[in-house]
Design a protein around this ligand. Structure first.
Ligand SMILES: [Zn+2]
Length: 75
């Protein structure tokens, strides 16, 4: 099981998971490097890692075709 401390935030648009501190360090503010969204949530049910979207049933289920870590069950 993946341990996710509170410092992780999720892009509310593309659902990618980011290290909050790292993201602010890199961009100077909270901005999604993938979709440019600036709305983030820090409350979510869990996350999945997609390594091979072509073969991932979960990737298809949540309509993702890229690699990455995505949040599930946003509150
Ligand atoms: Zn995004």
């Amino acid at each position: 099981m993946l341990f996710l401390p509170k410092v992780y935030v999720v892009c509310s648009k593309c659902l990618r998971l980011f290290d909050k501190k790292k993201l602010i360090d890199e961009k100077g503010r909270l901005e999604c490097p993938y979709c440019g969204n600036t709305k983030f949530v820090d409350s979510f049910g869990g996350a999945i890692l997609i390594l091979d979207p072509e073969k991932s049933i979960i990737a298809k289920k949540i309509n993702k075709s890229e690699k990455g870590i995505f949040a599930l069950g946003l509150e």
